[in-house]
Structures are given as C-alpha cells and as structure tokens.
Design a protein around this ligand. Sequence first.
Ligand code: G3P
Length: 218
Amino acid sequence: MQFFIDTANLDQIQEAQDLGILDGVTTNPSLMFKEGISGEQKILDHYLKICEIVDGDVSAEVIATDFDGIIKEGQALAELHEQIVVKVPMVKDGLKAIRWFADNDIPTNCTLIFSPGQALLAAKAGATYVSPFIGRLDDVSTDGLQLISDIRLIFDNYLFDTEILAASARHPMHIIECAKRGADVVTAPLSAMLALLNHPLTDKGLEQFLADHAKGNK
Ligand code: G3P
C-alpha cells in the first residue's frame, strides 16, 4: 500500500519524506487555505515546492466546476510538473473532464467520493485514482471503511485500473483497516502515520535491552 500525506504543510511533507515512507501528497483548497497559500501564482509555486520534496504523485485540485473551466485549470496544473495529478470533484462536468484528461494522458484523482456508484462512474471515465472520504462518512454515522471494501470488490470484479486512494483517514486504525481492505493508497495526516510507530511493549522492551547492556558493560 502506498502512503500519501494529506497536507500542504512543507515541513510535515519533508518530515514524512525523511522517514522514507512517503509515496505522494494530496492537497485540497482547504489545506492550501490552512497554510495561508492564496493567489494563482503563489498556489502554483507551492505545488512546485511540494514536487521538489517528494518523488511521487502530488494531487492538485481544480476550483472550476464547469467542463471548460476544469479542462483549462487542469491543463495548467498538469503542465506545471510531471508529478501533478489533477484532482477533480465528483460532479457531472467533472466526470466528463476526467474522460477528456484520460484521453489526453493527464492523470486524475476524482475527489469527494461517498458511494460505490460514484467510484464506479469515475473508474468508467478513466480516473487514475478515486478518493473515498472515509472519515467524513464516519462523521455522519455511516461506515466509511465499508465503502473501501465495496469499491475494492467492484474494481476487482471488472479489473479496473483505477486505484483506490482512501482519503479523510484521520487515525492509525483507519490506515490499518484500509490496508486490510485492499486500498491501493491511503492519504493521512502526519500524526496518523507517526501514531503507527507507537507500542508500549516496544518502549518497555527497549528500556530493558538498554538497561541490560549498561549492566553488562560497566
Ligand atoms: O483528502 C481529503 C481530506 O483532506 C479530507 O479530510 O479530515 O477534512 O475529512 P478531512
């Protein structure tokens, strides 16, 4: 399973990259706003800075919701850097745009997926990734992880190449469950990735090893 970090924060992207576990980055307009990145040129420059840190795919979201606008913005993003994946919302014109991008060899990430039917449509249109938002489904008392399993089953039934990019993952168990259910990628905050490191028996065991080594090497 690939690990993407879900942030536009350069320090956190660098920290995940330095851990040696990072395969890519996902951003969205809310995450860019959180970092205070605004204005067309500054946004494009920020994507370039992200591409300089990581080797893998970097999702950059369009703001337009009409076909012509999505194509124009998506082309500009794709021309910016070869690592850019154009993130397109799951709306009717977005679907048409995903088909156009696929026909023109531009990779896409279809975002705001909340149902198996939406994922199926995006895969039919040729999306490179679909992004089911598991945490936001959990927020409304719906099983977000079940959506990952449902999409996995559908994509495997028909051998779709589209990759399942589990998004809105917020804690370590989301990551582990996504791995068990066969998500191709999980995108999560750095805090959720770092939480996978921890186990009290690791701490206790290490403390004992170091104490015994110290006793034997006085
Ligand atoms: O990748 C989508 C993600 O940023 C949404 O996460 O926590 O805002 O639901 P969240």
